[in-house]
Design a protein around this ligand. Structure first.
Ligand SMILES: [Zn+2]
Length: 251
């Protein structure tokens, strides 16, 4: 009896010791995507921020740490030229589709907002992302220019001046992968990359942060697409593909 008990204890101990190692080994091959197979230690967290809210905030705040320039705390965003839907609603719908897709793939998702009431400035939003425990911060927006403008565009830091070298490099990688995979998923040519140190949202980042402009609400056709469930799903898949590739490259 004693011997049997000892064997049982040893088996249990061995199982306990082996399980985390085995699941990490599986994860390291990059072959797992589903919730079931991801071990707790390797689950990545994505902070998904739907841009804007019901109203802008016109008072000003510091553009970047150590900078004397100031910018409006929050702009009100654009609206659809055809649908007349305000951008903050479209952004939220896309952000929710992204959350659904990422969770399906085993990610943990923290949402900046789940309603259209979020009276935080851009700086406060980024500070919330920094403190959330997330690995990356993806801001969802929609763009406006001419009626003919089309395709996704990504905004990334122009230099390491405010964010430091590590966040600069990782944000640029994340931006590149989000842009190419999103464009591919919606079968559009990308509108390119905007490199700028003039985004409060990016300048205060302490985790890799990018702004993704999913398409142009000033283009009647693209406006209707951006506000359709099926296109939002395609965007969500493209964004998630980009995030999958980012984590397989950056780790
Ligand atoms: Zn916007």
């Amino acid at each position: 009896m004693r011997k049997k008990t000892l064997i049982t204890i040893c088996t249990l101990l061995l199982t306990f010791l082996l399980v985390p190692v085995t699941s990490q080994a599986v994860e390291a091959t990059g072959s797992t995507r589903t919730k079931k197979t991801k071990s707790v230690a390797t689950v990545k967290t994505v902070f998904v921020a739907a841009g804007h809210q019901r109203r802008g905030i016109s008072s000003r705040e510091r553009l970047a740490p150590g900078s004397s320039s100031r910018k409006a705390k929050l702009t009100s965003g654009t609206s659809g030229v055809s649908t007349h839907i305000p951008e903050y609603k479209t952004n939220l719908a896309i952000a929710k589709a992204v959350r659904k897709e990422l969770e399906k793939r085993g990610y943990r998702v923290v949402m900046l907002r789940t309603t259209n009431n979020c009276p935080l400035s851009n700086q406060q939003r980024t500070k919330k992302a920094n403190k959330s425990g997330a690995d990356i911060h993806v801001c969802i927006h929609c763009n406006a220019a001419g009626r003919g403008a089309t395709g996704p565009l990504v905004c990334v830091p122009a230099s390491s001046r405010y964010v430091g070298k590590k966040i600069y490099k990782k944000s640029r990688l994340l931006g590149r992968l989000l842009l190419s995979n999103t464009a591919k998923a919606v079968k559009k040519k990308s509108h390119g990359t905007l490199r700028s140190n003039y985004y409060t949202t990016i300048n205060w980042a302490k985790i890799p942060t990018v702004i993704l402009e999913c398409g142009f609400m000033s283009n009647p056709r693209e406006d209707r697409q951006l506000n359709s469930k099926s296109y939002q799903k395609k965007l969500a898949r493209g964004i998630s593909d980009g995030i999958d590739k980012y984590f397989s490259k950056s780790e």
